[in-house]
Write a protein that binds this ligand. Structure first.
Ligand SMILES: Nc1nc2c(c(=O)[nH]1)N[C@H]1C(S)=C(S)[C@@H](COP(=O)(O)O)O[C@H]1N2
Ligand SMILES: [Mo]
Length: 265
């Protein structure tokens, strides 16, 4: 690990005093700090944030494993080789002209090349991926924390969710849930998960650059949630106030087809 994820996360969360999630955070903290139980607790912002995280429970870290625990084979699932012309062209050039777009409700929309993403401070984590289809695998993921990117982009106060736009059209055939909505794969998370220290944009897997099968050039790792939340082939990151207007409005390809939006593990 080459960073200080906890500090970044606390700062990230504290940066959101005015937003829905942040507002809840602060009022939760205020109440907590007024209660007798925590009298005597140092009233630093960091401590308040820590207390709040413990209270809500969603900022607990997902379990991390050692290199010895890594699965010899990590199955690739869902789209394994996107056929969309734009993606095919980027892949053929090894993504040298590919850029990640960060936009929506941010004050500094930006585009970042893969080289720039690789230069950012990265977090490396060995975690277990659980797919709803009933298989799991332990792998190592490396990449910058999403929170770091969102801080740089400057979320506006009305941002509540982060939407990930992927390159692949998963098809929408009946076997893939049906064509209820656009079948371009997409996902979304709230700001608690967005600023979770283990939420990273992985450009590396098991010590090597991320392969196409696993989501090159970058894919999400959102370690408190299940497999289908781990968007591969991320082309754009958009801060939004509502999930209406994307797909069928349920927040993701599989969510539009009846799966849970908050799929915690
Ligand atoms: N863009 C995109 N992301 C995706 C999928 C997909 O089909 N397209 N499948 C999801 C599912 S169901 C799982 S289990 C994981 C599989 O990731 P892996 O191929 O690295 O095992 O990616 C998730 N992210
Ligand atoms: Mo999955």
């Amino acid at each position: 690990m080459t960073d200080s994820p906890k500090i970044l996360t606390r700062r990230g969360l504290l940066g959101f005093g005015g937003v829905a999630a942040g507002g809840m955070l602060l009022s939760g903290c205020d109440k907590l700090l007024q209660s007798d139980k925590v009298n005597g607790v140092v009233r630093s912002a960091e401590n308040a944030t820590y207390r709040w995280q413990r209270l809500i429970g969603r900022d607990a870290l997902a379990r991390e494993f050692t290199a010895a625990d890594m699965s010899p084979v990590f199955k690739a699932n869902g789209t394994r080789d996107p056929q969309e012309p734009e993606y095919v062209a980027h892949a053929a050039e090894k993504f040298v002209n590919w850029k990640l777009a960060i936009g929506g409700l941010v004050s500094n929309p930006m585009t970042l090349s893969l080289a720039q993403l690789r230069q950012m401070p990265a977090r490396t984590q060995i975690t277990r991926h659980d797919c709803v289809e009933g298989w799991s695998a332990i792998g190592q993921w490396t990449g910058p924390q999403l929170g770091l990117l969102l801080k740089a982009a400057g979320l506006k106060t009305n941002a509540r969710y982060i939407v990930f736009h992927c390159a692949d059209n998963y098809g929408g055939e009946l076997s893939k849930g049906g064509a209820q909505s656009t079948s371009i794969y997409y996902e979304s998370i709230d700001l608690v998960d967005a600023f979770h220290p283990q939420t990273i944009l992985a450009h590396g897997m098991n010590g090597a650059p991320l392969t196409v099968a696993h989501g090159a050039p970058v894919r999400m790792r959102i370690e408190r949630q299940i497999g289908y939340k781990q968007a591969k082939y991320v082309m754009g990151i958009e801060a939004v106030s509502s999930l209406a207007g994307f797909g069928s409005g349920k927040g993701g390809y599989w969510e539009d087809r009846g799966y849970e939006w908050y799929a915690g593990i």
